[in-house]
Write a protein that binds this ligand. Sequence first.
Ligand SMILES: [Zn+2]
Length: 281
Amino acid sequence: MANTERCRKPSPLAALFVVSLSLCLRFSPASSSPQGFQGSAAARGLKQDQGNIHEHEVHCSRERSRAASKIIEEYLMPFIEKERYQLPNKCRLHPDYNFYGDQEQHKIHVDINEWRCGYCRKSFYEEKYLDRHFDNRHYDLLNVSQGKCLADLCGALHCDLVMDSVQKKTKCNPAAAVRNKHLCESLADSCFPVKEGPSSSRLHEFFLRQFCDAHTCNGRQKPFSKGRRKRRSIFFIAMSILVLLLLPLFYLFVYLYQRGIRRGTQDLRRVTESTRKKKPS
Ligand SMILES: [Zn+2]
């Protein structure tokens, strides 16, 4: 009995210890460090899936901003370039509006397992460690006052389709679809005003078909219906023309070379035959 009492006595102290430990963990620097910032940004990104579009200049998901930037680069910019159109300054799709644009440009992908920081030349095994380094060391370089969060446009631009980590939604939310469609159409209006001219008007129409039509729950329209245009196509066309030109030259060379060998052996045979004929006399 005395033994059990001795064991029970320090229990309030142990409880106090556990409580203080949990408090310490809750307010540990991990939650206020840039990693914590990333977590909250990701959480905000998830919130955005539900259609919550808010303007947060500091808390901006890097991953979702990157996805939005990728979509703009692949599914929009080639068509804008084809029309030789200049995006107006107020348009939020403009590359200058990417909060992380400068940092992304300072990423150097040296090798499959080597990513280098363009500011201080430090190397990392994976891109995520370089991202963390940017958050820790070069956070001051982000232009918080002027930068805009490109991730805020993810609802309109269908970012989930190009992100591997995001789980595919099983059920469509009609209210979110309406909100995303509204954001999408407001982007079309501000970036490609119909009154601006024929190319702007054409791009306005294109933007609606490419991005906005799919914001419904009927599932009939697919996003990026106008497809993507590869910028390398000119390079590939040039290469294939070059190959087509070089191929006949190559066959001509092979033909001439073989004919040369044949002629050489014939000459050799003629010489040996003539020497054989000369020998008996
Ligand atoms: Zn650095």
